[in-house]
Write a new protein. Structure first.
Lengths: 241, 241
DNA sequence: GGTTACAGTGAACGACTGTACACTCAACAG
DNA sequence: CTGTTGAGTGTACAGTCGTTCACTGTAACC
């Protein structure tokens, strides 16, 4: 009976076993535990969705240590507890899985943006709050952000998909920025320039957080705040030329 | 004689056979001919150096389209015109070749820094000149910069090696910045913050240049100048807190 | 001129890859 | 209750991978 279909865990935390990743789980191939309380008999499509999610989670786990292009269909399938050929029931290829991963990760990114839109009314508050939001989201979704920053510049279709998403992100930010008094007279082109600049600072900060050794977080967020402060300090004196 | 050290951007672009890469060379595996005009009887170590360079060049070519981790020893060897086992006469592993590539590419990077140190004395000139230098070097060494930016965030030992190099780069820049009057009173910590910020803007610009479609260069360099201008606009009003 | 060092060769290995095919068997629809 | 559907299985294939080993031919050395 209990075949690999049950594999796909049921309610337990999908990723990051609580408490970050500092002790570095040793090699762990993870072959998900097939037995997980089929108390609720779970419908057919429900099970399919779970297996699909197990594939995505396994890939994301492996991606913590290696680039996407080095993953093989077979090891992802094995990690998710299914046989290689069953992979095709969910994705036509690894690349298609990659696209699904981009979607999942950018959903987290959009969540972060939404969460940062709690409009405080001064630069100071905005800077502190934004950096704090980034910090919190990165720590709570390290895998997603590692994937995004790793693959952003990796070339290929994934990098392009992430690039599109980041441009949308930057565009939304430009719109938000336009509502601040000192920026109201800026041209849209300059607003986009500023938004891109801020996004690039945020990306740099995210990478630094992901590479940080424990205890370095305050220093990193502090530096990030300084960088944004310096940029916004120039805003009142800006003149297009 | 003319070993790989001479290769370091002496005036003419070392690679990219003149004219950019717009027509997208069709698949081209390139199988370099190791024997090219033995008019000069070419010494023994000379030939070895050429084969070694052919391996590096082949890898760099392949890296234009794919991440380093996806390259195989066999295809790099084939591209260089040798049999797979002969690869080991030059590198103990692909990773070692990767390290050599990082060295080659960062030599170009240092050349760029050196070339940018033609100290003009105003912000304006400095910004224009620096951006122009970056633009020129990127266009003359696209492969090197593509490799650096691609692998910078790719994880693994290469990313770490590149990170170290970029930190040195940023450190040098901080020292240079300290000589400018408005920055003389800044703390070294703030100087590093500023230098990192400038480096991150430059990296963003490099990536944009590498992704640019033909004709977009002026827009990109223009935006880069604006970004730097905005940052330096805040400098006179900076107060550490 | 005879000897050595060594860059490059070619066959062979065991492991791993993506994919085709025929299959099982439980959830579902009628 | 019966027939269909489809997620997952197991075997098998042709490639490619890194690495081993014994080898060849020639530039370099004494």
């Amino acid at each position: 009976m209990s075949n690999a279909v049950d594999a796909v865990f049921s309610g337990a935390p999908p990723r990051s076993p609580a408490g970050g990743r500092p002790p570095a789980p040793p090699k762990e191939v993870r072959t998900l535990d097939p037995v997980s309380e089929p108390l609720t008999p779970v419908s057919r499509q429900e099970r399919k969705l779970r297996t699909r999610q197990a594939l995505l989670d396994t890939a994301l786990d492996l991606l913590a240590a290696r680039p996407f292009a080095s993953l093989s269909l077979r090891e992802v399938a094995k990690g998710a507890g299914i046989v290689p050929t069953a992979f095709y029931r969910h994705f036509a290829s690894m690349e298609e899985l990659g696209v699904a991963l981009v979607e999942e990760a950018t959903r987290t990114l959009r969540g972060m943006m939404r969460s940062a839109r709690t409009d405080p009314d001064t630069y100071q508050d905005m800077i502190r709050a934004s950096v704090a939001t980034v910090h919190q989201f990165v720590r709570a979704n390290e895998d997603h952000f590692r994937f995004l920053t790793r693959e952003r510049y990796g070339g290929g279709p994934l990098a392009r998909a992430i690039g599109v998403e980041l441009r949308m992100f930057s565009g939304d930010l430009a719109i938000d920025l336009a509502r601040f008094a000192p920026l109201r007279s800026w041209s849209t082109e300059d607003l986009h320039m500023l938004a891109d600049l801020i996004v690039s600072v945020m990306l740099t900060t995210i990478v630094e957080l992901l590479e940080a050794r424990p205890g370095e977080d305050p220093k990193i967020t502090g530096t990030a705040e300084k960088r944004l402060r310096l940029i916004l300090l120039g805003v009142p004196h800006w003149k297009t030329r």
